[in-house]
Design a protein around this ligand. Structure first.
Ligand SMILES: [Zn+2]
Length: 277
């Protein structure tokens, strides 16, 4: 069966599955050296929809913020494809926590031996309206899904970053762009929803000679699941940073700190983070 981009399928366990999400485990390589993934309920998962059921997707560009989710996405890509087939890009767009995040992203790439590209987008802080930016107001405390957290949304941030990542992937002759959004992001971020990911994936595929694929491995799972995957992959959590306030230590009360604490707690994994509160 040939999978179609933007089409929603159902796995045998009833969970929806959007083409482009590499569910399942890496189970080896084809004779040509392409990675194969096992998808529950299917014999093999064709990440790019090839008829033979084997993935022919190689070369992943991971959008790495330095937070938990994208760091696990990077470890995951390196684990499945090998560091030589993975590159990371980090955007410096003037958020309050960019400097802290960038240092973590840089250290993680060094630890993993992955090439790391920094991209500065100074116009975002200068022109966009968001409390996440240095130019914006204070960061609200509370739960991530609370209405007041919407003030921290940077308009169309993922659309902008993915467009640049896609252009870079084509320039580098890489095949895929990986984004670490997850189900919990859907509540307040319009550019993290499944609809957005599917549409953006289609645009990237149609807009490039190489038909660049967008992979969102965590689109249907929650942050605590990402913590479990990261734990299994041996992620160095000390080199991840979440707090929107951007201080040396995590504040412990903003939306992302709350979400980070909860993820470790629900996953039953020891949280090495030092919180102020
Ligand atoms: Zn915080």
């Amino acid at each position: 069966m040939k999978l179609k981009l933007g089409t929603r399928y159902k796995r045998n366990d009833g969970l929806p599955f959007s083409f482009g999400e590499p569910y399942g485990e890496f189970v080896g390589r084809t004779a040509q050296g392409w990675p194969r993934f096992d998808l529950p309920g299917r014999k093999t998962c064709a990440v790019n929809g090839t008829d033979d059921g084997f993935s022919q997707v190689f070369g992943h560009v991971v959008v790495l913020s330095g937070g938990m989710d994208s760091t696990v996405a990077l470890y995951n890509a390196v684990d499945k494809l090998g560091k030589e087939n993975v590159r990371a890009i980090t955007f410096n767009y003037g958020s309050k926590h960019n400097a802290k995040e960038y240092r973590c992203a840089s250290n993680t790439c060094e630890e993993l031996g992955v090439l790391h590209q920094r991209i500065d987008l100074p116009f975002v802080d200068a022109l966009f309206k968001s409390d996440l930016l240095i130019s914006g107001g204070g960061i609200p405390d509370g739960h991530y899904a609370d209405e007041n957290m919407k003030s921290t949304v940077v308009p169309f941030r993922n659309g902008i970053m993915l467009s640049i990542a896609c252009g870079l992937a084509e320039s580098w002759a890489f095949d895929c762009v990986v984004i670490g959004n997850h189900e919990g992001d859907h509540a307040i971020y319009p550019d993290c929803t499944t609809g957005f990911i599917d549409s953006m994936g289609l645009a990237m595929r149609d807009g490039t000679y190489k038909q660049i694929e967008l992979i969102s491995p965590f689109n249907r799972i929650r942050k605590e699941d990402i913590a479990v995957i990261g734990d299994r992959l041996g992620v160095n959590w000390n080199e991840t940073y979440s707090c929107y306030k951007g201080d040396v230590e995590h504040c412990g009360t903003c939306g992302t700190c709350t979400e980070r604490k909860e993820a470790f707690e629900i996953a039953g994994i020891e949280d090495p983070t030092t919180y102020k509160n």
